[in-house]
Design a protein around this ligand. Sequence first.
Ligand SMILES: NC(=O)c1ccc[n+]([C@@H]2O[C@H](COP(=O)([O-])OP(=O)(O)OC[C@H]3O[C@@H](n4cnc5c(N)ncnc54)[C@H](OP(=O)(O)O)[C@@H]3O)[C@@H](O)[C@H]2O)c1
Length: 343
Amino acid sequence: MSPDINRRWILAKHIGGRIETSDFRWVESPVPNLENGQMLVRNLWLSMDPTQVLFANGDGGELSIPLGAAMQCTAAGRVVESRLPGFQTGDLVQGWSGWEDFTVSNGRRGRAEDPAVQKVPGDTSLNLALGTYGATGMAAYFGVVDVGRPKEGEVFVVDSAAGGVGSVAGQIARILGCRVIGITSGQERRDWLLHELRFDGAIDRGTENVEERLDALCPDGIDIFFFNSGVGPVLDAALARIRRFGRVVLCGVTSFYLAKESPPGPKNLVPLIMKRARMEGVLHWEYADRFGEARERIGSWIRSDQLKSPEDVIVGLERAPEALARVFAGANRGKQLVKIADS
Ligand SMILES: NC(=O)c1ccc[n+]([C@@H]2O[C@H](COP(=O)([O-])OP(=O)(O)OC[C@H]3O[C@@H](n4cnc5c(N)ncnc54)[C@H](OP(=O)(O)O)[C@@H]3O)[C@@H](O)[C@H]2O)c1
């Protein structure tokens, strides 16, 4: 590939009920020239996040992606040229970017207050910076530690458990002394949660009755439910088993993102009252001033082999649409990434 050419995926149309390669168009154009206040980043890794669909479909507010613009995502790479104070050629960075080889960045996201591009320390791999040290790990860490507030011996249930956030959240809860049950789809992913991530129990929502399995695995109820999927019946099942002073951590609503109409909501809210339980959202960037604390603890768990940082890597920018589709097909094991190049 000539370094003068920028290969990119352009958003061709709004995404329907499922992700198709034809939603995007492959274009090759010259690498843009820089103006003052900009830097050129060679993207090496792309993060595939369910919310990218919201941005692509015009539901992302000021972060919405116009048709004809490069599909956007968080990415990590290397600065190849800089006319932006604070960044130099060779810096490793991660931040708001695009499905493309090269991104011109002014260091910010859509809104002026978002410091969207950050340097990645030399001892951190770029894939880890996007995954367990990035939004995925921060949502998992603060969702469990600050919102879930686990106590030794409590029962912790997480859905989308084989995904990026869920796989890390479940492991952190286990490290902090909880009995951890994961809900996922597919028998292989269920077995992976049990044998590879050492969950205490796992449920395949595709072939098993979630309510019956929760009864079997959590006979005394659930203390903490970490909710990623937004699926109303799954929340209802967890609420039916919530214990006194239980906590529901609302992290995501993945099932909403591709749905044409809002899916049915939960019906089973009375247990929140009767059990005096609490349901609270987690928003990772609200904790930006404590990312250092989270990364330090997560790093020590990884080094002591208590925490795995599972990644599902698709190689090649050409395959970015396929990688995003995997997230909605429930095919990914851990954080879904696209590796574009080594350097
Ligand atoms: N609050 C925050 O700060 C924050 C930060 C990052 C991410 N999030 C949110 O956290 C959630 C997980 O994010 P992630 O990046 O780790 O994604 P992910 O869990 O790796 O991937 C999505 C998973 O969701 C499940 N899924 C996909 N489509 C579904 C559908 N229609 N209905 C039910 N389940 C479906 C699948 O798991 P199974 O097939 O195993 O069920 C799939 O593996 C997302 O909702 C995301 O927006 C929140």
